[in-house]
Design a protein around this ligand. Structure first.
Ligand SMILES: Nc1ncnc2c1ncn2[C@@H]1O[C@H](COP(=O)(O)OP(=O)(O)OP(=O)(O)O)[C@@H](O)[C@H]1O
Ligand SMILES: [Mg+2]
Length: 242
């Protein structure tokens, strides 16, 4: 379906079905939301808001009755729930209703987390899924080729479920937010397999810190390529236009 630009000319708009991200100000930068069923990598340095982003995405679905699963390989679900209560995300309500599952999986206890993920998704017919962080999958694997295959298999499996999925990873940065690693994820491969990549950053030190978000890649989407300012507070993450 064509749409009119400010100048009046018509540009094609992706016909893909969209899923609202729940992040204030983001949908309008990516043609209305994530492509339904896509796998999106949220990456950035430590403390840049990756987990908060994931919670807000899942919570948006829950408010509209869409079942969601959050698989955490790192933080305790109870800690995450407490952290995001300040933004008004009350996950317990939806756990009681049976449309939300918060699953902790110790990445060192199982060699293959795929079955944990699939069972959780199928048990409530989840439409939104988070795997936070995917970088802990196969941390103990020495052979990079084996690790890449494992990540590839997990992402392919997630795509098969039809759920819209976020996975998270880390970019190495220094104390003032400059990226010092060579790739967009810890494993160096997730960014190529994912359908979309969003980079969160913190710049500066002390009172003068500022946050930003860049949509690095979003398949089937005409998206903003600006560095957009981002804030955390109030009712979650809010993005303002550059
Ligand atoms: N009330 C608040 N208002 C604004 N910012 C906050 C507030 N509480 C926490 N933060 C910020 O949120 C950050 C944590 O967010 P989050 O856990 O989503 O980040 P992350 O990228 O997942 O971090 P990690 O590297 O631990 O996985 C804190 O480091 C802090 O900067
Ligand atoms: Mg986190």
């Amino acid at each position: 379906m064509p749409r009119k630009t400010d100048s009046g000319s018509k540009v094609p708009v992706s016909s893909a079905e969209r899923v609202s991200t729940g992040i204030h100000g983001l949908d309008e930068l990516i043609e209305g939301g994530f492509v339904k069923g896509a796998t999106i990598l949220i990456t950035g340095g430590t403390g840049t808001g990756k987990t908060t982003f994931c919670c807000q995405f899942i919570y948006e679905g829950l408010k509209n009755g869409e079942p969601g699963v959050y698989i955490t390989l790192e933080e305790d679900p109870e800690d995450i729930k407490e952290d995001v209560k300040r933004y008004g995300f009350e996950f317990e309500k939806y756990e009681k209703e049976g449309i939300f599952k918060f699953v902790y999986q110790n990445p060192f206890e199982v060699s293959d987390i795929a079955s944990t993920v699939v069972n959780a998704i199928n048990s409530i017919n989840a439409k939104r899924v988070v795997l936070d962080p995917i970088s802990l999958v196969g941390m103990y694997m020495k052979d990079p080729a084996v690790l890449r295959k494992r990540l590839f298999d997990i992402i392919r499996m997630l795509k098969k479920t039809g759920a819209t999925t976020i996975v998270t990873s880390e970019i190495l940065d220094n104390e003032i937010g400059e990226h010092v690693g060579g790739s967009l994820s810890r494993d160096g491969v997730s960014e190529f397999i994912a359908d979309g990549v969003i980079v969160l950053s913190i710049f500066g030190i002390g009172e003068g810190i500022s946050r930003s978000i860049i949509i690095r890649k979003m398949r089937r989407t005409k998206h903003s390529t600006d560095t957009n300012p981002m804030e955390m507070g109030g009712n979650g993450i809010t993005i303002s236009k550059q």
